[in-house]
Design a protein around this ligand. Structure first.
Ligand SMILES: [Zn+2]
Length: 191
């Protein structure tokens, strides 16, 4: 018998506060979607250089049960994140919008021991230790923080290095691209 057809599917509230307490021990699956502004996620807000009202992340969550031979069916959680925040560009030191479009799949477990039983290299099945009062908002924050680029930058050619970035290769490139001052002088004389 397929558990998913027997157990109720509960709609998750899109309220950020409701995500702080989700009962993953209940015999039910979840489905929901919503939008989280940057201020709803204090740790993400700390990373943001500027917070525009439209910055934030659309999220979607869906769980289902999967049979596993020899043990109880496992609950699998699919998380989707799509949105934008502003970080400091490491080339020009100005705000730089970073877009993320992430999908994650977790297998829900109840103990650290159970989580340890999953091979580390199996990225498809990342174990997530949950409980009756699970803070799903923290997991969403964690995944956004883990997805941020280590060195945020505007696309090549979109910005000039900040004067303090001496020694940076890209700084030299940009200098070469700038018009040679002698050419400017020559043109002035012609006129
Ligand atoms: Zn830049």
């Amino acid at each position: 018998m397929n558990r998913n057809q027997v157990l109720p599917q509960v709609e998750l509230s899109s309220e950020p506060s409701a995500l702080k307490r989700v009962d993953f021990c209940a015999p039910q699956s979840y489905k929901g979607a919503g939008f989280l502004g940057i201020p709803d996620m204090p740790r993400v807000a700390e990373e943001a250089s500027t917070i525009n009202p439209s910055d934030g992340f659309d999220w979607s969550v869906q769980t289902h049960f999967e049979d596993s031979p020899g043990s109880d069916p496992h609950q699998v959680l699919d998380l989707g994140l799509n949105g934008r925040l502003n970080l400091i560009c490491q080339r020009c030191l100005q705000d730089c919008a970073v877009d993320l479009d992430e999908k994650r799949r977790f297998i829900l477990v109840l103990t650290d021991e159970e989580a340890d039983a999953y091979p580390i290299e199996d990225e498809e099945l990342e174990p997530l230790v949950v409980n009756q009062y699970f803070n799903l908002l923290e997991t969403i924050e964690d995944e956004i923080l883990l997805s941020l680029p280590l060195i945020p930058k505007h696309p090549d050619g979109f910005c000039e290095p900040h004067a303090s970035n001496f020694g940076d290769e890209s700084a030299e490139e940009a200098t070469n691209e700038r018009e040679n001052p002698f050419n400017i002088l020559k043109n002035m004389k012609k006129n």
